[in-house]
Ligand binder design. Structure first.
Ligand code: ADP
Length: 294
């Protein structure tokens, strides 16, 4: 299995973070250049991660055909940060399910990192999904009775890693998202933002080629949303490819490209000329409210 050896260049690692991180929860990855993590080889940048051609999905609802995707073609390269937008029912979830290898198209092709996955048997698709894709959801989807550490360990159990390796990587990932001091906390003992950080840590531990985030800030207040976007931006700046579904135009402004769906079609695809800098905004908020536990 790839990327499972100790010390691989894809391995999660935090660089000189601990010396300056007295209150880890107050720091975000990449702040002051600390806590840098290289999780994707830089020389892969620009290579296509996702190529979809004439993607179609038709659901049968009783006798009725629902054409959720009507021929979507798109290419997303390594290192891009893409916001998927569009009204309810426009096909966003169907698209994300297919690129997340949770479902297969009715017609059309999907290449993930150069490999055709659109016609893979379901079991093989599940293996690709576990190895190559990290997921972050609106509702965090953490196991309520498990600690942050155990939650982050979970995908590595399915990937067959040894316990030592699992714990080492889970701790690294939690430190990376600034939760080094909260590893033994259960979700109910964490704020919404902290829970989402645990979920982000969990999504990273198998060194995915692609992070899919479905409304990751949908359950969070605007300040916490900035915090989560700062983490995602930092990860993206380190080379991670991210595709994020959002209803909120503000959130899309932190990405580098926006694609818009309507009625199962891609109707717009444009770069974000000047993405907002979530880390700068978050630091500004922290400076304005020094007593808040940001
Ligand atoms: P969005 O995520 O943009 O809200 P969806 O991809 O969920 O859009 O839905 C696109 C269309 O497909 C909608 O008309 C929806 O009702 C329909 N649809 C989605 N999933 C199913 C399903 N499992 N069975 C039947 N119809 C579905």
């Amino acid at each position: 299995m790839e990327n499972h050896s100790t010390g691989s260049s894809n391995d999660l690692h935090t660089a000189s973070a601990s010396s300056t991180m007295n209150r880890e929860e107050s720091h975000l990855p990449g702040v002051n250049g600390q806590n840098a993590s290289r999780i994707v080889e830089a020389d892969n940048r620009g290579k296509p991660v996702i190529v979809v051609h004439d993607l179609q999905k038709t659901y049968m609802l009783g006798q009725t055909k629902v054409r959720a995707l009507r021929g979507v073609s798109l290419e997303i390269s390594e290192g891009e940060f893409v916001a998927v937008r569009g009204p309810s029912g426009s096909g966003k979830s169907t698209f994300m399910n297919i690129i997340g290898c949770l479902d297969r198209p009715t017609r059309g092709e999907y290449w993930l990192s150069g490999k055709v996955v659109s016609r893979m048997p379901i079991e093989e698709l599940a293996r690709v999904r576990n190895r190559k894709i990290g997921f972050v959801f609106q509702g965090f989807n953490l196991l309520g009775r498990a600690t942050a550490l155990s939650n982050v360990e979970m995908p590595m159990i399915y990937a067959g890693l040894s316990r030592d390796m699992r714990l080492r990587r889970a701790r690294q990932a939690l430190k990376l998202v600034g939760l080094g001091s909260r590893m033994d906390h259960k979700p109910s003992q964490l704020s919404g933002g902290q829970q989402q950080r645990v979920a982000i840590a969990r999504s990273l531990v198998n060194s995915p080629s692609l992070l899919l985030a479905d409304e990751p800030t949908g359950n969070l207040d605007s300040r916490t949303s900035v915090e989560i976007m700062a983490i995602l931006q930092a990860l993206n700046q380190q080379g991670l490819t991210i595709v994020l579904v959002t209803h909120e135009p503000d959130i899309a402004e932190y990405t580098t490209r926006q694609v818009m769906f309507r009625d199962g079609r891609l109707i717009r695809d444009e770069p974000v000329r000047q993405p907002r800098d979530a880390q700068a905004e978050w630091l500004q908020l922290a400076a304005q409210n020094p007593d808040d536990n940001l």
